[in-house]
Design a protein. Sequence first.
Length: 112
Amino acid sequence: MPEQTSAIIIAFPRMQPAAPPQPAAPEPRDRLQQALAALELALAEQRRAVARWRDSLGELRGSVQGLGASLGTYHDRLGTLAADVDGLNREARRMEAWADGVLSHEAAERDA
């Protein structure tokens, strides 16, 4: 039997992918214009944020004023209630004194 020789495999050369083209370095003037544009955007956003903050402060002011008015009304009602309770207390003491007088008078009549 004849001896078989093995095949020699030759690798194909691999092609290196082309490097992406490097962008040209931006000119200083272009960089400055980009920075100024970014600054303008940031300032506009800051103006919007300050405007929203001021609106929120206005809403808070209205809420606090409403709360102050409600507390004033509550204070007035508590004052009225305190006056009513004082009147009831005076009436209860007057009735207690009358009842004590009646009981004392009845006890004196029994002892006599």
